[in-house]
Design a protein around this ligand. Structure first.
Ligand SMILES: O=C(O)CCC(=O)C(=O)O
Ligand SMILES: [Fe+2]
Length: 489
């Protein structure tokens, strides 16, 4: 129903009562009469839009002013929007004016927005918003054709790092661990200024902590790509959008009010993934920078494959260490084609070890993910289904081994796709959220057996190593099966 959004102003107020006073001082009472006044004083839902007034300014066109309110704890955000709606599109017949006035702007937005499955990164119409600060980074899907990827040389930078990471951690104002298992924020670091020594230490820190966060990062996408190149040759995604400026190594994440997540099209479980794990050399130290984001919502979660491994019984760990699984790009490519989008490189399927060893840490991690892992090979299908389902649910449901990050514009997360899976949230529609990813290839995933043969070292369980360092004499899981189980209360 909305032909175009003419303008949008967002103001943040210290309190809700101040919003009310401001509205009263700006708008005539006749205007406010049309807005449900009770809503202004008592709104509980995060966003309430009310269509407030209409004008017939010129032939066939109505202007509608939409008022949006959102409340975040003690702060209040007021959004004023001017929509342009052509009368031909307004539901006919319009029974009464009162009825028309009750059409909420949210409904209008819903009618207008395409629903989408976020897993397939569908196309987005160009809204001609050339004034948008990051217009050159909006998504596009050029019809390109790339050959299959060949084996690439990767040098593990984490192996060059000092184990104490003094150069990097010493430069940080604060090192803030989010959970014992994963997620660390470094404050006071400017990623543009890192020396190669600090970059190597960052590689090791990310391999250890799974994901590392930075805020207020001014680095450009070119600088972000340069940093990624330090860790490995850059990956180009076969189906997801690149920015309009043509940088083929950049994966664009973009959603705005014109598209709304379709809850019937995907499950939260399948959204958990490790990026492009179907590649022969899936990514290692990957970065995502949010350039535009909602004030609240749009968080991303990561879940630790090290912790998943550590939480299993020794017999099951050993069993999984001998298995491999198929990771497939086929569904992603099919989804792109079904949406009428180009597939720039033919989809592939790769077989990777179910337990892989991170070469920087020597720690073992479960390497399967709901997004792309389809089948454990060499065992009955039913057994594969049951094991994968169990592992997927552990990744998605074990909140003790997850971390959740709330982004601000210029936040950057750098994660090790070899040892964590991640999942975005889609709770922020109709706000705009825009992010850019740089993705270096890692090594071909290494099984425990191959790692131990190649390095002469014994691959380790992260949790046991940490307990050992702390002097804790911990029993391995399931070593005392006769112990009675506790109950919830
Ligand atoms: O939007 C996000 O937070 C993450 C999207 C994603 O999975 C990715 O870019 O790898
Ligand atoms: Fe991802």
């Amino acid at each position: 129903m909305i032909d175009s959004r003419l303008s949008r102003v967002q103001l943040t107020f210290e309190s809700i009562s101040y919003v009310r006073r401001s509205i009263l001082s700006v708008f005539p009472t006749s205007f406010l009469d049309r807005v449900a006044q009770s809503r202004i004083t008592t709104f509980y839902s995060p966003i309430i839009y009310s269509v407030a007034q209409e004008h017939e300014t010129y032939h066939g066109t109505r202007y509608i002013i939409g008022l949006g309110f959102s409340a975040i704890s003690s702060k209040a955000v007021l959004t004023l929007e001017l929509f342009c709606v052509s009368t031909s599109k307004i539901m006919a017949p319009v029974a009464t004016k009162t009825e028309f006035e009750q059409v909420s702007a949210v409904q209008a937005l819903k009618d207008e927005a395409k629903v989408f499955n976020p897993f397939y990164s569908p196309s987005i119409g160009d809204d001609g918003d050339a004034d948008y600060k990051y217009a050159e980074f909006k998504p596009t899907f050029p019809k390109l054709s790339w050959p299959p990827l060949e084996e690439q040389k990767v040098v593990e930078r984490g192996l060059f790092a000092d184990s104490q990471k003094k150069s990097l951690l010493g430069a940080a104002k604060k090192v803030r661990h989010y959970t014992p298992v994963l997620g660390t924020e470094l404050e006071g670091i400017d990623l543009r200024q890192l020396s190669n020594t600090q970059r190597d230490e960052l590689a090791l820190l990310v391999a250890e902590r799974g994901v590392v966060f930075f805020r207020d990062q001014e680095l450009t996408i070119h600088e972000q790509l340069d940093l990624a190149r330090h860790f490995g040759p850059l990956h180009k995604h076969a189906t997801t959008p690149i920015p309009k400026n043509g940088l083929e190594e950049v994966h664009v994440v973009y959603n705005d009010s014109s598209r709304r997540p379709d809850p019937t099209a995907f499950s939260k479980l399948e959204l958990w993934h490790s990026d492009v794990s179907y590649e022969l050399q899936p990514p290692s130290i990957t970065s995502l920078k949010v350039i535009t984001g909602p004030e609240f919502g749009g968080d991303t979660l990561w879940s630790s494959g090290y912790a998943l491994y550590s939480g299993l019984s020794p017999g099951f760990q050993k069993y999984l260490e001998g298995l491999s699984a198929v990771h497939s790009a086929v569904a992603q490519a099919d989804g792109a084609r079904a949406a009428g989008l180009p597939v720039r490189r033919e989809p592939i399927e790769s077989v990777h070890p179910v337990v892989r060893v991170n070469p920087a840490t020597g720690w073992k991690s479960i390497y399967v993910n709901p997004g792309f892992t389809r089948r454990i090979v060499g065992i009955p299908k039913a057994e594969s289904d049951a094991i994968l389902s169990f592992l997927f649910h552990q990744l998605a449901e074990n909140t003790d081994s997850q971390v959740r990050f709330h982004w601000e514009p210029n936040s950057i997360a750098i994660w090790d796709n070899r040892v964590v899976v991640h999942s975005a949230t889609f709770d922020f529609w109709p706000a705009t959220r825009h992010a850019l990813r740089a993705t270096p290839h890692g090594e071909k995933p290494t099984s425990v057996e191959d790692y131990e043969k190649q390095t002469g070292k014994v691959a380790k369980d992260r949790q046991l190593e940490i307990w050992k360092q702390q002097g804790v004499d911990a029993q391995t899981n399931g070593s005392n099966p006769s112990k009675p189980r506790g109950y919830n209360d």
